[in-house]
Design a protein around this ligand. Structure first.
Ligand code: IPD
Length: 277
């Protein structure tokens, strides 16, 4: 193992574990909640505390690197992926779960160089599961190798999705109609667990067969994409084309056949782009 980004990977693991400890402790305490882009897009003091911890530490250790992070972006920082080594951070994925003490909450740290994802670290804070993937080196959960499901038949699939932040009638209609299309096609089930990154980790682990979403962000996707690819899975655009990290939409599956079937069934919900805000 090892490789040129070993020190960065080790730093990501250590920070995800430290952040997870803070989040676990804060989960049971009172929280001050604010809203961002919609009444369902939440942020707490802990999101800010954890993001500051991660960014300060990484900026000190790797001063020439660049950073994209959820709460910095919410405060107006631009999301641009340049060829420079770039960290892509979601301090708490599943903030709504966190607010309600629903124990499905993660820290996600992705790392890209030359616009290519090198590694991803996702820590399930309450179940203390550390998911990692490194380009060319496989994907693991607490040291156990991950492998996606080989299912190709939509009528035998367990599909995961997330609602996304918007609640206007037109968006909700499209969201529900997409779910309906998959259920009509015979999917065994469609689940919404409240964390894009942990849903994507289920896909990597083979405990779900497909995932799709409109309205997620590059910090929900970066780390998970490496983990899924290293577990043998497919991550693509909802059009069926290659993944675009900044496009706010994704289809992922254990097999290309399954990903294409899902992509074909979906109607597009246009959320704009992370790099055009
Ligand atoms: C969000 C959650 C949510 C999903 C959104 C994500 P956050 O992340 O994963 O379930 O619907 O698309 O942005 O705001 O909790 O980090």
């Amino acid at each position: 193992a090892g490789g040129p980004w070993e020190e960065c990977f080790e730093a990501a693991v250590q920070l995800a574990l430290r952040a997870g400890q803070i989040i676990r402790k804060a989960l049971s305490e009172e929280k001050r909640v604010s809203t961002k882009t919609s009444a369902a897009d939440l942020v707490t003091e802990t999101d800010h505390v954890v993001e500051a911890l991660i960014l300060q530490e990484l900026q000190t250790r790797f001063p020439s690197h660049r950073f994209i992070a959820e709460e910095a972006a919410a405060a107006g920082a631009k999301c641009v992926l340049t060829p420079s080594p770039t960290w892509i951070v979601d301090p708490i994925d599943g903030t709504c779960n966190f607010v309600h003490r629903f124990p499905t909450v993660a820290v996600s740290i992705g790392f890209a160089v030359n616009q290519e994802l090198e590694f991803g670290v996702i820590y399930h804070c309450t179940e203390e599961r550390l998911y990692t993937g490194r380009r060319g080196q496989g994907a693991f959960c607490n040291g156990q190798r991950l492998r996606v499901s080989g299912e190709t038949d939509l009528s035998k699939a367990l599909v995961l999705t997330e609602i996304g932040p918007r609640r206007d009638p037109a968006t909700l209609k499209l969201f529900l109609s997409n779910m309906e299309r998959l259920l009509h096609a015979g999917a065994h089930g469609v689940r919404v667990i409240g964390s894009s990154t942990l849903a994507l980790c289920h896909l990597a682990a083979g405990t779900a067969d497909a995932y799709y979403q409109f309205g997620l962000h590059c910090w929900d996707l970066a780390a998970a994409t490496v983990i899924i690819r290293e577990a043998g899975g497919i991550v693509m655009d909802t059009s069926g084309g290659p993944l675009d990290l900044m496009s706010c939409r994704v289809v992922a599956a254990g097999t290309r056949e399954m990903a294409v079937l899902i992509a074909q069934a979906l109607q597009t919900i246009n959320y704009g782009r992370d790099d055009e805000r």
